[in-house]
Design a protein around this ligand. Sequence first.
Ligand SMILES: [Zn+2]
Length: 163
Amino acid sequence: MPTPKIARHIVRKPPESALEVRHSTVHGQGAFAARNLRRGARIGHYAGQRLSADEVAAMDWDAALTYVFGLSDGSVIDGSDGGNATRHINHSCEPNCVAWEIEGDDGHLRVEIEALRSIVAGSELLLDYRLQIDEGRPEDYPCRCGAAACRGSLIAAAPEAEA
Ligand SMILES: [Zn+2]
């Protein structure tokens, strides 16, 4: 029998993690740039438990204040359950990161976080949470990020119009 020819795929090593979690001066734990990041650099996807719009409506959210990523199909991703290090990214009204809703090849929506501008290694990674709430007032969600343009609230400046 002839010796079979073997063609090997060259497997690339994944890029070094973009973030590391440690104590933050802003709030509790924070996520920090593990290396210099260029504008547009991928920081990671926001992992967590996925809840459909119906499951969200049926849940008792009063039990604890929970920040979740809301997707355009009404579902949410709760990073406090099965999340990854991106859940430690704190809020700032002058963020250096942005969260994009991406539709994967499988049709599922996911959240990808990338650098909004170049970020020096060791800097804290910050997102504008742009929270939307059904009840309550913006003052109920105070922001003390210290940015010059701080809105004073984690709530989005102008809620996006309903589609
Ligand atoms: Zn602020």
